[in-house]
Design a protein around this ligand. Sequence first.
Ligand code: HEC
Length: 159
Amino acid sequence: MRCWKTVVGLAIACLVSLAVPTAQALGPSGDAAGDEVAGLVERGRQTYLTHCGACHGVEGKGDGSVADYLTVKPPDLAGISARAEGDFPFDEIYDVVDGREVAGHGTRAMPVWGAAFKGLDPDADKRAIKEKVVEVVYYLKSIQPALPMTHPKMGGKQE
Ligand code: HEC
């Protein structure tokens, strides 16, 4: 009887050790769409740390080094999805960050990044500016605890 228990125990241990690498192989890191998104997110992270962290904080919590000096407090950018009930309104966030479409509506405490990126790089064409904004929005999407990276909308397997 003892012997059987050992055999069953070994078989289970063996199955468990096999299951771990299999689960990793099926994860989002291996597929091309996932890798492309990871590249966008990383470039967006660099832009974020250079241009956004001072106000919104390194982790997007709205606690950047200059936040205390602002009249309008920067919102918690890691809480976008939680506020949108688990969704991530990509186009809306894109428009807020770019700002050139919405800038006409009264004063705005948030810089108009579409114009700022153009100012920093006057040679950049429309597509390059759009890409820079898209990258940073992807980065924001990646820091939503309510929306994991394995979500189909994040470049994981589509249904
Ligand atoms: C000068 C400080 C400052 C900087 C720098 C800044 N923001 Fe903001 N941001 C704000 C403030 C203040 C708000 C609140 C909205 C308002 O009244 O304009 C805001 C709002 C936002 C919102 C809307 C969030 C929501 O839930 O509605 C997003 C998205 C955002 N910022 C992204 C960014 C990104 C991306 C960058 C860098 C490219 C950036 N911000 C840089 C101050 C800043």
